[in-house]
Design a protein around this ligand. Structure first.
Ligand code: KG4
Ligand code: ZN
Length: 344
């Protein structure tokens, strides 16, 4: 069970195209090193086999550097945590197996962390901590989830995407406009120079009130490009207007559902997490919304929005404090296990 002395926690993240190693002392980050696999850009998306190989190359040097910057030796580590899923299976296997090996050889407890739970609680890495019950919007490359979080162990699912994830929509539209991968930052930069009211892209209205759908939005951007620029020669000013109008439609859809959830549930904190949480328009709109409801809004700093091992170590620490550890026989899993988050 919970120990009162300080714990040195090692976190390892390798679910997709970031290898990350972090060291925390309890919930305080001492090192959070991230190596991003930029070479995937040339392929327009993450190539799983190349990702696994890069994780294999990077994980040990990152561990050595993290220990050095935290001023610790491997023997000082008290708890080992790693992402077990969801993610690319070969990529996960590298970080998870490495962590299990350390746990075995150092004879230290091990906690396998769900990557999405890492994102959900990443607001707790900030100085101002969220308060329960909190409403969390997870927006990443693979997931879009709206969650009612009652405590560190009670997480309820209000809604999810029925097709593309929010980040996936950014990435697909980016490819369509010729910007490349990852799309979010490039669409955002282009949108800054455009007029978001220039084109009205529709967003699907779903019967299941908290669910999202972005594939129709992506298709309407495609139709707009096909109809207006059949030769695909698009001026920069038009590209900027398309980016801005697309970003507005997507952000409006997210904000609308968060607004609905805040109206229907008694919430103390709103938290926006995941890679797409780096988007400035989304950050501003959700923080304005939290002011309207007079609740706190916790959005992690950019370092903790994208994939990082600090959030994995922190989640591992929270579970360990709740008395949870994992056996070394645990295997990686590619998707969120069915009913992992209870639907309400
Ligand atoms: O959480 P994350 O780093 O990896 C996953 O677990 O998926 O999220 C990556 C996603 C990508 O789709 C990327 O395009 C998107 O986050 N993203 C953004 C921005 N920065 C990254 N989307 C919109 N605006 C941004 N500034
Ligand atoms: Zn992620």
């Amino acid at each position: 069970m919970a120990e009162s002395r300080n714990l040195n926690i090692l976190g390892i993240e390798s679910s997709c195209d970031e290898t990350s190693v972090a060291i925390l002392v309890n919930d305080e980050v001492k090192a959070n090193l991230i190596s991003s696999q930029h070479f995937h850009k040339a392929f327009g998306g993450v190539v799983p086999e190349l990702s696994s190989r890069a994780h294999l190359q990077m994980v040990k040097p990152l561990l050595e550097s993290a220990l050095k910057s935290a001023n610790l030796n491997l023997n000082d580590i008290d708890l080992i945590t790693a992402t077990a899923g969801p993610g690319l299976i070969g990529a996960l296997l590298v970080g998870l197996t490495f962590a299990k090996g350390l746990s075995y050889s150092l004879n230290k407890p091990f906690v396998a962390v769900n990557h999405i739970e890492g994102h959900i609680f990443s607001g707790f890495l900030m100085e101002q901590k969220p308060e329960f019950p909190m409403l969390v919007l997870v927006v990443s490359g693979g997931h879009t989830l709206l969650l009612y979080v009652e405590s560190f162990t009670k997480i309820y699912l209000l809604g999810t995407t029925v097709d593309d994830a929010a980040g996936e929509a950014f990435d697909k539209v980016s490819k369509l406009l010729g910007f490349g991968y990852p799309g979010g930052p490039q669409i955002e930069a282009s949108a800054l120079k455009g007029n978001e009211k220039s084109i009205k892209f529709p967003v699907a209205e779903l019967k299941d009130e908290y669910n999202f759908s972005f594939s129709g939005l992506k298709t309407s951007v495609l139709r707009y490009v096909q109809n207006n620029f059949p030769d695909r020669k698009i001026q920069e000013s038009d590209l900027n207007n398309i980016s801005a109008s697309f970003q507005k439609a997507l952000v409006d859809a997210l904000v609308q559902k968060v607004n609905l959830a805040l109206s229907n549930h008694k919430i103390k904190s709103l938290s926006l997490v995941g890679g797409v949480a780096a988007n400035k328009k989304l950050r501003i709109e959700l923080s304005n919304l939290s002011e309207k409801f007079k609740i706190s809004c916790i959005i992690p700093s950019l370092e903790y929005c994208g994939d990082n091992a600090a959030m994995i170590a922190l989640r591992g620490f929270q579970l360990y404090q709740a008395g949870i550890t994992d056996s070394l026989s645990i295997m990686p899993y590619p998707a969120i296990p069915e009913n992992h988050f209870i639907r309400i």
